[in-house]
Design a binder for this molecule. Sequence first.
Ligand code: SAH
Length: 360
Amino acid sequence: MTQRENLLDLTPDEAETRLSTFMSEVGEPEYRVRQVLRRLWQNPAASFDAMTELPAALRRELDSAFALPRLELVVRQKSVDGTQKFLFRLSDGEAIETVAIPEGNRVTLCISSQAGCALRCAFCATGAMGFSRNLEVHEIAGQVREMRLIDEPVDVTNIVFMGMGEPLMNWKAVDPVLTLLNDPRALGIGARHITISTVGVLPGIVALGQRPEQFRLAISIHAPTDELRRSLMPINVKYPLADVIEAAQVFDRRVTFEYVMLGGVNDGAEHARQLAELARECRAFVNLIPLHPGGSQGFAATPPEGIARFARAVRDRGVEVAIRKSRGMDIAAACGQLRVERLGRRPPRAAKQHGDIQVA
Ligand code: SAH
């Protein structure tokens, strides 16, 4: 059997061109292109067969030429606070997580960009499992598509790349995914409602900054000195704070610094002062994250009073700061925790294949 072409790995322009050629080959009118295009992402169909607005014969022809792969939903958990966590299995058996977080009239979907992660941040459950592979375009954007297809669909308004993996080490796929998320012919989510979170992969930040859309950038800082940051985030050897700060400065939009509060490690008065200084240098907004206890080997959360005190110290130095609410505490909703809970801390399947930086 010849390999069917996966329409969900294409950008809207590419899919349009491909479908246009196909329709003329099978002698169908051009308006069929738009009909199928709409059913890829906007109002997704579970299969070609479900596109009942098309003639049955055309549906069969489409099905023999193209694939519309689904992600297999293995676990769906609901937290008492309304947060939902999804575990999807991919065609090669890899498992990835997606979290939906409602807040007022928004629903933020936290999506994964890699199976596992190569970066091994000391407090992160995904880091502990190691890197398996980069996700493909349809596996990343498919997490949002599935929200429209499942029973009790989830109406996603915002996207954060804060699930498993480092998005800027999979730029080759994340770049077209951003197009699919944002394009009105695909998922139609406003660029300002899409946030890429990174440890500070410089070439990726530059590539993101070159896109014309107003996507948001969040940088995981987590420590205000190289020495401390190196001990928590091995990537700091390759991209030390000075580089990260420079990247944040050249990025032409306001960035957010993420700072996970680790009791007795990075939450002292001196740290607050140093962090405020860095944030001021690049006019960054600071987001303090309470440590999600599951999977964070050996670290203790800073108590709420300590986080409030730290926030005040940063704010008093003229930096905008917010404390992120911890959500889904009862369903292991932090990065990588559900997969660890279900599958155990398996060693990475393909550890040799390291997460190289891919910048198109
Ligand atoms: N690799 C990217 C995106 C995925 S992680 C990045 O590091 O930014 C998204 C955020 O969750 C990061 O800020 C990460 O440091 C944070 N995180 C990881 N484990 C956590 C935990 N146990 N508690 C709180 N935040 C955590």
